[in-house]
Design a protein around this ligand. Structure first.
Ligand code: NAI
Length: 332
């Protein structure tokens, strides 16, 4: 099958080419992001392969359908960027890659927690300038602290296990509690209680209409003074203006982000010689207690290989009528 692969970076080309050996699909690698302007590049392909910041709105899906596309193979677990109602109306199949490496994202989340707590980002710069002073680098023991996890699916459950290993008290909010997490000692509570009792709040739920701006001014108001908030899930779970206000008052003591509401215009590109016009993002970068990574939590060798393998399996299953990881409007 001919597949137009959008947002293709060198590592995508390498991993998908390796996974495609033996499947024989014609993979057409395209550097641009999928958008109304670039959708015509898929003409002649029966499938498109897309990543998290590709535009899969109604207008783009309609354009793809008109040009003969019948499968959207996502290289991601999240699918909040797909207009599923339109996909269903057009009979476009949407497939994704669930659980390619929950460890990759959970371990990156732990990295953000430790960096923020022990100020490793600041210590790194100080030591390079022969500044060995410790003033300003004071952290806290994670042992016995309360970690609140919003969403204990594949990633949240791994993060919970790691934080239990640190000796933390782990509480969680999830409409579908995980029995294994509960067995290991995770206590399920409602969101207001999670916000009120947590020293660290970590987001691992999908972005849906219900979870949009889950961390807003009201939620920040319910949290402990000096709370650490970490978001490695999807940017719009957090109302950025509200967390900036919380950082300015000191209510939020630490903020770790791997995702950002308006990341589509920034992340995955080298913009080092450009002026960033997003003033909200620029403001976030001024805080010494904010650490941002550019949607790299998934980025391990194991995850890339799994993403590529499942993506190619999805394409082959679509072509031959086998099982694929289909996304339906009711899926969570
Ligand atoms: P999952 O589907 O296994 O787990 C999501 C969990 O969230 C489920 O247990 C679900 O019941 C729960 N949930 C749904 N609505 C909720 C709500 N309102 N409050 C609390 N919990 C709620 O998903 P998985 O694989 O653990 O991924 C989680 C998210 O991580 C994805 O949706 C995606 O947005 C993000 N992600 C980020 C990556 C990165 O590189 N930064 C890479 C992969 C995923």
């Amino acid at each position: 099958m001919r597949v137009s692969v959008f947002s293709a970076k060198p590592y995508d080309v390498e991993s998908l080419t390796a996974a495609n050996a033996g499947h024989g699909h014609e993979l057409v690698f395209l550097e641009p992001r999928l958008s109304p302007a670039t959708a015509p590049l898929a003409t002649g392909s029966e499938a498109v392969c897309a990543f998290v910041n590709d535009d899969l709105s109604a207008a783009v899906l309609e354009r793809l359908y008109e040009s003969g596309v019948r499968l959207v193979a996502l290289r991601s677990a999240g699918f909040n960027h797909v207009d599923l109602a339109t996909a269903v109306r057009l009979c476009l199949t949407v497939a994704r890659v669930p659980g390619y490496s929950p460890h990759a994202v959970a371990e990156h989340t732990v990295g953000l927690v430790l960096t923020l707590n022990r100020k490793i980002h600041r210590a790194y710069n100080r030591v390079r300038e022969n500044n060995f002073a410790l003033t300003g680098l004071l952290g806290f023991d994670l042992n016995t602290r309360t970690v609140g996890i919003v969403g204990t699916g594949q990633i949240g459950a791994v993060f919970a296990r790691i934080m239990l290993g640190f000796g933390c008290r782990v509480i969680a909010a999830d409409p579908a509690p995980d029995a294994e997490c509960a067995r290991r000692g995770v206590e399920y509570v409602d969101l207001p209680r999670l916000f009120a009792e947590s020293d660290v709040v970590s987001l691992h739920c999908p972005l849906t209409a219900d979870t949009f701006h889950l961390v807003d001014a009201e939620a920040v108001g319910q949290m402990r003074s000096g709370v650490m908030i970490v978001n490695t899930s999807r940017g719009a779970l957090v109302d950025t203006a509200a967390v900036i206000a919380g950082l300015k008052t000191g209510k939020i003591g630490h903020l770790g982000l791997d995702v950002y509401e308006e990341e589509a215009e920034l992340f995955f590109e080298d913009l080092s010689d450009r002026v960033v016009s997003d003033d909200v993002f620029a403001r976030l970068l001024t805080f010494p207690n904010v650490v941002i990574t550019g949607h790299q939590a998934f980025f391990t060798a194991e995850a890339l290989a799994n993403i590529a393998a499942t993506t190619v399996d999805n394409i082959t299953a679509f072509e031959r009528g086998g099982h694929l990881h289909r996304v339906l409007p009711t899926a969570s």
